[in-house]
Design a protein around this ligand. Structure first.
Ligand code: AMP
Length: 374
């Protein structure tokens, strides 16, 4: 059943992903009710209603659930009792099982491998002895990670030599941890995939992501690699969405190995930073696709009418160029409504479109993103 205009979509989380989802929802005639601990954040600024409360405030979550027709997420690390309460009262899309899998690297990799999706070799490690045994198996370098709550490179350590094991093991919390064999990758790719209530699956073209200081800096759409590689990435993402019986949107992050094959790094059951290019390069971008899927609307094909580059605007240095960005023809600005530009904080992004098939190379991209001086 699809939601009629005027229905209320509840979004857990108040950041930029909620903001852009709310903007897309409004365009389809829905009202958005945001639940977030932060008052007047990026999402609340553009939403019809907002609840300001902690994610474990069950009374507030109960009132929120009573007010909405469906619940979705832009922040998926909700405590289990909160999620159970919501799921008892209203449809939660994507469902609790998917959130549990994506929150825990051990469950995530177990699910992926069982679905026949390749990942880095991995082992769950609870003690230093288990870590040493896993390192003996995979060799060095290797990457030690927390199983939960890691993002933007936080909660992980690169182990280069034997002397790195004990300090990294001590530093990372909470245990257990997960050790991953090092993937010698040539590029990082991602695919945004959506699945509707009737089981139809659509996927946006695979893109390449480039990071700076562990934070996404640039997305190139489409990823400039051979069609077979892109086809493999797309097939993996679609298989994951189907196996999860996803209703909603999912970002699949992958490594393109030196041998030309793709392995999956992690999945995020929500709109994703690497899908922001779709807002301007696709008739139905990731946020509209997300809202359509959770509202039970039909999903149009995830067609792309242009090539695109997305650049994140991070912290005070990038935001200092905002006036020049606005004065530069061709840069499509997106501001997240955050008033304090802290170091490393995602403040906005710009998209730049190119004719289909005309994505420039390294220097061309740099030139295309250059802001007008003065
Ligand atoms: P993650 O928190 O899992 O997204 O990892 C953050 C970044 O660390 C990735 O984008 C990669 O650049 C790097 N990384 C993570 N896991 C591995 C791995 N197993 N092998 C090589 N690099 C990795």
């Amino acid at each position: 059943m699809s939601l009629a205009p005027g229905s209320v979509i509840g979004i857990i989380g108040g950041g930029q992903l909620g903001r852009m989802s709310a903007q897309a929802a409004a365009r389809l005639g829905y009202l958005v009710h945001v639940f977030s601990p932060e008052a007047s954040g990026p999402a609340a600024q553009v939403s019809a209603r907002a609840t300001v409360a902690a994610y474990d405030d069950l009374a507030a979550l109960h009132r929120f659930a009573e007010d909405v027709d469906v619940v979705t997420f832009e922040f998926e690390n909700l405590p289990a009792p909160s999620l159970e309460l919501l799921a008892r009262l209203k449809p939660v899309r994507p469902g609790a099982k998917i959130l549990a899998i994506s929150q825990d690297r051990v469950l995530e990799k177990t699910f992926l491998n069982e679905a026949g999706v390749a990942t880095a070799p991995w082992a769950r490690v609870e003690t230093l002895a288990e870590l040493e045994a896993a390192v003996a198996k995979f060799g060095l370098p290797a990457v030690l990670k927390t199983t939960r709550l890691g993002y933007d490179g936080k909660g992980q350590a690169l182990l280069r030599g034997p002397e790195d094991l004990a300090p990294a093991f001590e530093r990372l919390h909470p245990k257990p941890l997960i050790l991953e064999g090092f993937v010698d990758f040539g590029a990082e790719l991602s695919v945004m995939v959506a699945r509707g209530v009737n089981g139809e699956v659509v996927s946006f073209d695979p893109v390449e992501n480039r990071h700076k200081h562990h934070i996404l800096d640039l997305t190139l759409a489409p990823a400039p690699y051979q069609p077979e590689i892109l086809a493999e990435a797309t097939a993996l993402a679609r298989r994951i969405a189907e196996r999860l019986e996803l209703v909603g949107l999912l970002g699949v992050e992958m490594f393109l190995r030196a041998d030309g094959h793709v392995v999956v790094n992690e999945i995020a059951p929500r709109p994703h930073n690497s899908g922001h290019w779709t807002m301007d390069a696709c008739p139905c971008g990731q946020f509209e696709m997300h809202i359509r899927a959770v509202a039970g609307l039909p999903l149009p094909p995830a067609t792309r009418h242009a090539d695109a580059v997305m650049k994140n605007l991070i912290g005070p240095a990038d935001m200092a160029t905002w006036p020049q960005i606005l004065a530069t023809p061709g840069l499509i600005p997106h501001h997240y409504g955050k008033w304090e530009a802290r170091e490393g904080r995602k403040m906005g992004h710009v998209n730049r479109l190119f004719h289909k098939g005309a994505l420039p190379g390294e220097f061309g991209i740099e030139a295309a993103l250059r802001v007008r001086e003065g």
